[in-house]
Design a binder for this molecule. Structure first.
Ligand SMILES: [Zn+2]
Length: 195
């Protein structure tokens, strides 16, 4: 490997130029640095634990919701955050030795979890809408007069729903913050108790 600064011919494995001391390795980009820190197995185990939390949380809250005392939004926030926190803690404990590496892997675990949940919700939505459309077409022979009149749609911006959308976006972004912090915390705990 030739030194870019002084063109001295160094050994291929050399990290610094023997003659002038310049760094020989190409500087890495941000994405490459993150990519090198990713521990796939720890991310997958973290994902698996988050699925266990989803199943356990659904069983618990499903029975609570059946009694009608629970808001679906509350359920989603609590279960999703529990999934991220537990999953990223496991990922952090199993991955890197520094909180930085734990944070990266916790963030990657959260990203994969969100993609999977998005895919799952997309499939459910597709099936639900598809089935609804099929039922609607089956009953389309019913005269319209027998159907209830549609309520008048309100004009203007509904501030309540606008606030809810902002809260949803913040809750969604908060998932990533929780995953990154959880991963860093996992690595920190691992070092603190010398697992
Ligand atoms: Zn040199």
């Amino acid at each position: 490997m030739y030194c870019k600064k002084c063109e001295y011919k160094n050994k291929d494995e050399a990290k610094y130029c023997k003659k002038c001391g310049a760094a020989l390795k190409e500087s890495q980009g941000f994405i490459q640095k993150i990519n090198q820190s990713i521990n796939i197995l720890s991310v997958l185990i973290g994902l698996f634990t988050s699925v266990l939390v989803l199943i356990g949380g659904s069983l618990l809250f499903g029975s609570l919701m059946a009694t009608g005392n629970l808001d679906i939004r509350f359920y989603i926030v609590v279960v999703f955050y529990s999934m991220v926190i537990v999953g990223s803690l496991f990922t952090g404990i199993l991955s890197g030795y520094t909180p930085w590496e734990g944070a990266i892997n916790g963030g990657v675990m959260t990203l994969l979890m969100v993609i999977n949940l998005g895919f799952l919700l997309g499939v459910i939505w597709f099936i639900t809408v598809g089935v609804t459309a099929a039922i609607a077409s089956a009953f389309s022979s019913i005269p319209m007069s027998t159907l209830p009149a549609t309520p008048p749609t309100s004009t203007g911006i509904d501030m309540g729903s606008a606030v809810n959308i902002i809260l949803d976006i913040l809750a969604f972004l908060g998932l990533f913050a929780a995953g990154i912090i959880g991963g860093a915390a996992g690595s920190y705990i691992k070092n603190a108790v010398k697992l």
